[in-house]
Design a protein around this ligand. Structure first.
Ligand code: SAM
Length: 284
C-alpha cells in the first residue's frame, strides 16, 4: 500500500474513507509524483546514522521514503484529521514517530535530545508554503544540532532564500539563511506534481548548516537591525534604521561611516560583511 501513496486514485480513496478534505489554510498540497519524494529524501541526508525531522507529514508520501533510508523519522503534523490517516499509511514504517503538533510551538531542541540520541539529525520536508519563512527562521534561530535542512518550497521563496546577500532578491530571511548555513537550489518541481495543484511552481532547496558562525558583537542586535532594515528596504539604510529602530540619525550616520558604507546605500545592497560591520558599529 505504501508504494502507491503517490497515486491520485489511491490518495483519493484513502482520504475519502477518512472523510478528509484539503485545507487551503494549512497549505495542504500533497505530492503525487512518484519520483520527487525519493529525490528529496536522498538529497536530505536520509540515510544510515541519521534521524530525520519531517515538518508537515500530510498523508505520509515523503515520510515513507525517509523511513526507508534513515534510522528514525519524527513526522510532525498539525492537522488532527491526518493523524489517523498517517497511522494507516505508515503502519509498516516501524521507525517513524508521528507527533501531532504545530511546529512553531514545539521545542525542537528537546525533541532532538529525546528522539535522536547518538544520531546525526537533518530536517527534510515539503513545507506548508504559508509559513515557510517563520518555520525556517525558527529552525535557524533555535541553533539546532542539525546537519542540514532540505525543503520543498515555492519557487520564488527558494530564489529569495538562496540569493546572495547584497542583491535585490535578498531579504531578512536570506541574511539569516546565509548567516547560519550555505544554501542552494537543488531542482525544480512543477505544480503538476501536487494534489491539489497550486498556482505556483516549486523547488527543492538545501541548507548545509555552518559549523562556525560569522563573528558579530551581538547576534540579537544584528538580527534586530536586519529585520528592521528590511521592513523598509526601499529607503536609504540610514533612514530605514532610524525609522525601524528609532535611532538617532547622527549616530547611524557615524556608524555607517565607521563601517565604510556609502551613506546613500539601500539595505538590499549591503553584503554580509557590511551588515556585520554596521551592526558592530551601532551596538554599544
Ligand atoms: N508531506 C506531505 C506531502 O509532501 O505530500 C504534505 C505536505 S503539505 C505541503 C504541508 C503539510 O504541513 C500539510 O499536511 C499541513 O497540514 C501541514 N502543516 C501546516 N501547518 C503546520 C504547522 N504549523 N505545523 C505542522 N504541520 C503543519
Amino acid at each position: 500500500m505504501t508504494q502507491s501513496l503517490s497515486n491520485p486514485t489511491v490518495i483519493k480513496e484513502i482520504l475519502s474513507r477518512h472523510g478528509f478534505t484539503f485545507s487551503k489554510k494549512l497549505g495542504q498540497n500533497f505530492l503525487i509524483d512518484s519520483t520527487v519524494c525519493p529525490r528529496i529524501a536522498e538529497a536530505g541526508n536520509a540515510r544510515e546514522g541519521y534521524g530525520i525531522i519531517e515538518i508537515g507529514a500530510g498523508m505520509g508520501v515523503l515520510t515513507v521514503e525517509l523511513s526507508k533510508r534513515a534510522d528514525k523519522v519524527v513526522a510532525i503534523e498539525v492537522d488532527h484529521r491526518l493523524i489517523e490517516v498517517l497511522h494507516e499509511t505508515l503502519a509498516d514504517c516501524h521507525n517513524v514517530k508521528v507527533v501531532e503538533a504545530d511546529v512553531l510551538k514545539l521545542d525542537l531542541n528537546k525533541l532532538i535530545e529525546n528522539e535522536f540520541p547518538g544520531l546525526k539529525v537533518a530536517v527534510c520536508s515539503n513545507l506548508p508554503y504559508y509559513i515557510t519563512s517563520p518555520i525556517l527562521m525558527k529552525l535557524f534561530e533555535s541553533r539546532l544540532p542539525i546537519e542540514s535542512i532540505t525543503a520543498l518550497v515555492q519557487k520564488e521563496a527558494g530564489v529569495r532564500l538562496c540569493a546572495p546577500v547584497g542583491t535585490r532578491e535578498a531579504g531578512a530571511v536570506t541574511v539569516a539563511a546565509s548567516y547560519y548555513s550555505e544554501g542552494k537550489i537543488l531542482f525544480p518541481v512543477s505544480r503538476g506534481c501536487f494534489m491539489p495543484s497550486p498556482n505556483v511552481d516549486s523547488c527543492v532547496v538545501k541548507f548545509d548548516m555552518r559549523k562556525t558562525l560569522p563573528e558579530v558583537k551581538s547576534e540579537d542586535f544584528f538580527f534586530k537591525m536586519v529585520r528592521g532594515m528590511f521592513t523598509q528596504r526601499r529607503k536609504t539604510t540610514v533612514n530605514a534604521i532610524c525609522g525601524s529602530l528609532g535611532m538617532d540619525k547622527a549616530a547611524v550616520t557615524e556608524a555607517m561611516t565607521e563601517a565604510g558604507i556609502a551613506l546613500n546605500s539601500r539595505p538590499e545592497q549591503l553584503k554580509m560583511d557590511e551588515l556585520i560591520a554596521l551592526s558592530d558599529a551601532l551596538y554599544r
